[in-house]
Design a protein around this ligand. Structure first.
Ligand code: NAD
Ligand code: LMR
Length: 327
């Protein structure tokens, strides 16, 4: 018997990430090759974006995806989130050259108040929320604060792009296939302070640091390359990453619905790994049949602890900046 469709809301659906994302959701890459979906697409309620959204929907129709059961196009958050099982919060302003993601806090933060309230009011009881719009760790906190009907662990933010970047850089340096790199997890903020934990990563099943054999490169080149990759892409493309971000969101959700997967997700820390309990921080999680559990067993050395303290301080600072948006 055919499965019941899953309702997926995507905000900012006519934007750059939206354009790289929707077709893959509709093809089954995110929720599975036999899982029908209904796409509920939100754009700002003004003529240009609404018209562009119609164009994207026409293209989705023209793909004749067997799994795409229906589409809702709207400028109203309560229509977009009505009965949704997944809400992918992408819509917001990207940074330009020379900006940090935190510079977007005040502009983007407010979007997540209204969207959190709408999710609280109309989303399905099993709804899960993944935030991509930057600064994503803090925006997810704002949305969760407005949607108390749902437990905090339904709200995640995306650090999977950083994990993918981190694995790719290790594979490149070691001259091995990406498939040989494992156990690389991202701790903390989706910002240059993030800690891509090479101390527990493996290459071909062996300790990555020994395989690389160059601690100075790991500490002084690898970490900044991964942490500042978004800025490097903006500098090169004149636009922020879109296809790789959409791909990472597909991975993020796919792995959150695939029991046994171990991957990096920004979750409410609850004090794990020494983070402030109230911030959303990247850390390794293992997907279970009903949700996920955080893997808490990694022992951090002094270097790792100092990096985690730094990214925690930044997250606490962001929370302080937007504290009036949490009421
Ligand atoms: P974009 O400007 O191309 O598209 C954003 C879209 O969102 C636009 O179409 C805009 O009209 C829409 N939008 C703005 N406010 C909205 C609202 N309140 N409701 C609904 N739609 C709204 O930007 P993009 O390249 O798609 O990036 C989107 C966001 O994702 C940015 O904040 C960017 O920094 C972030 N991002 C995050 C990651 C990550 O790893 N977490 C990676 C890449 C980009
Ligand atoms: C990225 O990491 O590519 C995105 O967060 C976009 C940005 O502002 O860096």
């Amino acid at each position: 018997m055919a499965k019941k469709p899953i309702r997926v809301a995507v905000t900012g659906a006519a934007g750059n990430i939206g354009y790289a994302l929707l077709f893959r959701i509709a093809s089954g890459a995110m929720l599975g090759p036999d899982q029908p979906v209904i796409l509920q697409l939100l754009e700002i309620p003004v003529e240009g974006p609404q018209k562009a959204l119609k164009g994207v929907a026409m293209e989705l129709e023209d793909c004749a995806f067997p799994l795409l059961q229906d589409m809702v196009l709207t400028g109203d958050a309560e229509v977009a989130f009505k009965d949704v099982n997944w809400a992918l919060l992408v819509g917001s302003k990207p940074r330009g050259p020379g900006m940090e993601r935190a510079d977007l806090l005040k502009d983007n933060g407010r979007i997540f108040i209204a969207q959190g309230q709408a999710i609280d009011k109309v989303a399905a009881d099993d709804a899960r929320v993944a935030v991509v719009g930057n600064p994503c760790n803090t925006n997810v906190m704002i949305a969760a604060a407005q949607a108390r009907r749902l437990p905090a662990d339904r709200f995640t933010a995306m650090v999977r792009l950083d994990e993918n970047r981190g694995r790719a850089q290790l594979a490149k340096k070691a001259g091995v296939s990406i498939n040989d790199v494992s156990d690389l997890f991202i701790y903390g903020n989706h910002s240059p302070t993030m800690f891509a934990d090479f101390t527990h990563a493996k290459i071909g099943g062996k300790d990555a640091a020994s395989v690389i054999g160059d601690q100075a490169w790991l500490e002084n080149e690898y970490l900044p390359t991964v942490g500042k990759r978004g800025a490097a892409i903006i500098e090169a493309r004149g636009l922020s990453s879109a296809a790789s971000a959409a791909n990472a969101l597909i991975d993020h959700v796919h792995d959150l619905v695939t029991p046994g997967k171990i991957h990096s997700v920004a979750v409410k820390s609850e004090g794990r790994y020494g983070f402030n309990p109230d911030v959303w921080a990247g850390m390794p999680v293992k997907t279970t049949a009903t949700g996920f559990e955080v893997i808490e067993s990694y022992e951090m050395d002094a270097f790792a602890k100092s990096k985690i303290a730094l990214t925690n301080d930044e997250l606490v600072g962001e929370r302080e900046t937007i504290k009036d948006l949490l009421a």
